[in-house]
Ligand binder design. Structure first.
Ligand code: NAD
Length: 291
């Protein structure tokens, strides 16, 4: 078998192509962002996943503009600060993200969280549909949506999101939601693909890693690739950024894929989108940090 040493491109339901492996920049400080993203470009990554709430869109845009070829960029609409989550607010937040990134277009624009208590996500989806009609956004999708949220926006608009970006790693595999995505031709994007590092001491993963002369992180990322999931691990350590991209020169066997499947524990690290208390938590933290 010959291996492509670069990330494959996968086709979204609107026809656009997205590099399957990208680089995530959540919790990367503004001052470290350009350096980390440039390191990712040096390794071959061509896809950056950011969000307005990460506070580093400007730095991501600066690093992308310095590149010659096309870099795929995703950003997200998120507003926990007001009760305005909805149509007008999504348009206003998009303008801010578009200006901060300073790019001709954004490849993929997502609703970051449904924020169910505000009940504005269906209206926000209508705003994203309008935005997609301009040449400033190529593809639109959602993040942290449950089957119920996705069904509602499809029912109200007949527009199917290109992706749903959800928490997913070997201890939280989201099998049911992934099957629902498949049925609707929605691609799954995995956030926290390494379970924020928590899965990396797992014996099964380390045994498989040893057999392939790879690390547990590489095994997990390869597993995501073989499931057809799009993902974007985060790191600011140059060696890890490099390591996380070096997953296209080996393959996991059926038995190894099955052994990883058996690691499911239903262990979520992030908030549950169905109940979703995150905005309050975030506001409380922000208020505390201002004291
Ligand atoms: P992750 O699973 O990518 O884990 C990142 C952590 O794992 C790093 O801090 C690092 O300590 C460790 N790590 C990375 N590579 C390693 C390696 N090779 N060896 C050992 N440890 C390693 O978690 P994440 O940052 O939460 O998620 C990745 C990306 O997903 C984010 O940067 C962001 O772009 C996206 N994300 C989206 C949402 C959402 O709500 N849509 C939420 C969280 C994250």
């Amino acid at each position: 078998m010959t291996f492509n040493k670069r990330t494959p491109l996968v086709k979204l339901n609107d026809g656009y192509l997205i590099p399957q492996l990208g680089f995530g920049v959540y919790q990367i400080d503004k001052k470290d962002t350009v350096k980390a993203v440039e390191k990712a470009f040096d390794c071959g990554y061509k896809h950056i996943d950011t969000a307005k709430s990460y506070g580093n869109e400007k730095e991501v845009g600066d690093a992308i503009r310095a590149q010659k070829g096309h870099i795929y960029v995703t950003t997200k609409y998120f507003n926990p600060d007001t009760k305005e989550h909805g149509y007008e607010d999504a348009l206003a937040h998009f303008e801010q993200s578009y200006r901060a990134l300073g790019l001709k277009h954004i490849d993929l624009y997502l609703i970051h969280w449904p924020i169910v208590k505000n009940d504005g996500y269906a209206a926000a989806w209508k705003a994203l549909i309008e935005l997609q009609k301009s040449d400033r956004v190529k593809s639109i999708g959602v993040s942290n949506f449950t089957q119920e949220h996705i069904s509602r926006i499809i029912e109200e608009t007949s527009v199917v999101p290109a992706v749903n970006q959800i928490e997913m790693h070997p201890y939280f595999q989201q099998e049911e939601l992934r099957a629902f995505h498949k049925k609707h031709d929605i691609l799954t994007e995995a956030w926290s693909p390494l379970g924020r590092g928590k899965v990396l001491d797992d014996k099964v993963l380390n045994d498989i890693a040893k057999d392939h002369h790879k690390t547990a992180a590489q095994i997990v990322l390869r597993w995501h690739m073989q499931l057809g999931v799009i993902t974007f691990p985060k790191s600011t350590t140059p060696e890890r950024i490099e390591e996380n991209y070096a997953i296209f020169d080996f393959e996991l066997s059926k038995d190894e894929m099955a052994a990883i499947k058996a690691l499911e524990k239903g262990e979520r690290n992030g908030p549950d989108p169905a109940v979703y208390t995150f905005p309050e938590d975030l506001l409380r933290k922000r208020a505390a940090s201002k004291k």
